[in-house]
Design a protein around this ligand. Structure first.
Ligand code: ADP
Length: 502
């Protein structure tokens, strides 16, 4: 019989058995019915009561079963504790509970095993892929490393075999790389320099001295005095090394021995200087003779004679100017030019130059404007040399400015009052961008010459630049083709004989 029916029936009979005498006595007293009738009524009531209990029990079980299934379904999994708890709550014998528990447990085991197999499979797949990926990355890295190593070796071999000296320093100036040519040029050993500053440990006489640095092409000439009392001149071209963020990480310098070239240059200049020097006297004598003849002291001249002689004198003047320029330049390059410094009023210098070129300017139909700061203090310069600088620059401005143009000469003090700044601005033909870096070079002329214009020597600006630098200054040019040119230079206000740069 079902456990759910058995329990209420047994309970009813037990109740009847023990409570029967009491019930019978009570019923007789209260109702007056016979004991048998009360007994039968009691049995019927008990059976009905038992059936009601059985029904309630069955419904409760059903409800619990529903809740349990819903909970389990909701989570999508079986909780073993919950299962046991629910099993205990179920009616039925311990044996059937155990059986149910075992069935559930084996079901669970099956499920768990299934899940473990799936997870195992997934893990094996994933791990396999990971291992595969890792070995692929490792192989790639190995390949890249090999390639980089080969490239490094190639670069090193190239740097080693380059005839020019190559030195690479980091941002602290410590040497990272030095090729054999650089070792030879700098008279040092790479092992002694790597990781140290280039000048560290160098003997006093080996220290480099800056000869000249040209800002236009970033080249610098350095002079090294070697052991045997011989001088070496190296031309160094440096370039900054930047990382991908634009931060300076070092510098690479290429060194070339230009001692021979410099010696040849010096010989050439010396030869030119000797020749021109020798030319100076005869030219002077011819000029004087022509002047005498032109004045008519040696007799009357016919008109054609006058014309030819005037032409000869003009050309002699040009020849004489060229000779003077060459000699000046030779002196400047040999650092033999001496300045005759004296307190000078710049206004007077500018007025003198403007007066000299006045006729030339008027003949060309150009306006010459002076823009001089009032009350300029006197400045210690060589006035003749400043006149020469201004003559060269203003002369060019006149040559390259067409009719109705304007030339403005400006003079004033710098903001810090330590420099006299002068500029010559014209509204002339201008200079092409490509030509700008060349015009301060020896015998260099831009492609802007107009026919019929007085041809120059190509030395005027070279001399002007050297003279400005000799006065502790610097000259710059700005120009736009078809619009005009401005030359600006400054002269140091504190120049003394001892401070003149050599
Ligand atoms: P040059 O004796 O030929 O004038 P310079 O050294 O004085 O030699 O000038 C070099 C060249 O620079 C000139 O030939 C000319 O081409 C250019 N130049 C100089 N000044 C000017 C200027 N103000 N305007 C245009 N070109 C100029």
């Amino acid at each position: 019989m079902n456990k759910a029916i058995k329990i209420p029936l047994v309970m009813t009979f037990l109740f009847l058995f023990f409570a029967r005498p009491l019930l019978a006595a009570g019923a007789e007293n209260i109702t007056g019915l016979s004991t048998q009738v009360v007994f039968i009524i009691t049995i019927v009531v008990s059976i009905v009561f038992g059936l009601i209990l059985t029904r309630i029990a069955a419904e409760t079980r059903q409800a619990k079963g529903k809740i349990f299934t819903t909970k389990a379904k909701g989570r999508g999994e079986l909780d073993p504790d919950e299962v046991l708890r629910e099993l205990k709550n179920l009616s039925g014998s311990a044996r059937s509970q155990k059986k149910a528990a075992m069935a559930i447990s084996s079901l669970l085991e099956e499920k768990v095993e299934e899940k473990v197999t799936v997870v195992k499979q997934e893990l094996t797949e994933k791990y396999g892929k990971l291992v595969e990926e890792k070995s692929r990355v490792a192989a790639e890295a190995q390949k890249k490393f090999k390639k980089t190593l080969t490239e490094k070796k190639q670069t090193e071999a190239i740097v080693r075999s380059v005839a020019a000296g190559v030195v690479v320093v980091n941002n602290k100036g410590e040497v990272l790389l030095m090729n054999p040519a650089a070792e030879k040029l700098l008279d040092t050993k790479k092992e002694a320099k790597i990781g140290r500053r280039l000048t560290e440990g160098a003997r006093e006489e080996q220290l480099f001295s800056l000869v000249k640095s040209t800002s236009l092409d970033g080249e610098t000439d350095i002079e090294i005095e070697s052991n045997e009392d011989t001088k070496k001149i190296l031309r160094s071209s440096s370039a900054v090394i930047e990382d991908e963020n634009g931060q300076t990480v070092g510098m690479v310098t290429v060194l070339n021995d230009i001692t021979k070239q410099k010696e040849l240059d010096a010989m050439k200049t010396q030869f030119l200087s000797n020749v021109t020097h020798e030319l100076r006297n005869p030219i002077g004598a011819i000029k004087q003779s022509i002047s005498v003849i032109l004045e008519g002291t040696a007799g009357e001249l016919t008109e054609p004679q006058q014309k030819f002689l005037s032409n000869a004198k003009r050309n002699l003047d040009r020849l004489s100017a060229l000779v003077d320029d060459i000699l000046d330049l030779a002196k400047l390059e040999a650092k033999k030019m001496e300045l005759n410094l004296k307190p000078t009023a710049m206004t007077t210098v500018i007025n003198d130059v403007c007066e000299t070129v006045d006729t030339w300017v008027k003949n060309k139909g150009i306006s010459l404007v002076k823009n001089i700061e009032p009350n300029l203090p006197e400045i210690n310069v060589d006035p003749d040399r400043v006149i020469q600088i201004l003559m060269n620059i203003i002369g060019n401005a006149i040559k390259f400015t067409p009719k109705e143009g304007t030339i403005t000469v400006t003079a004033g003090l710098s903001e810090a009052k330590d420099r006299m700044v002068l500029s010559v601005k014209d509204t002339g033909v201008g200079i092409a961008k490509d030509d700008l870096p060349k015009i301060f070079g020896k015998f260099q002329q831009a492609k802007n010459r107009s026919a019929g214009e007085k041809s120059g020597t190509g030395l005027g600006l070279t001399i002007a630049q050297e003279l400005v630098e000799l006065h502790g200054g610097k000259i710059d040019v700005e120009s736009e083709e078809g619009k005009g040119t401005t030359f600006t230079f400054f002269l140091s206000m504190n120049l003394t004989a001892g401070s003149v740069p050599k």
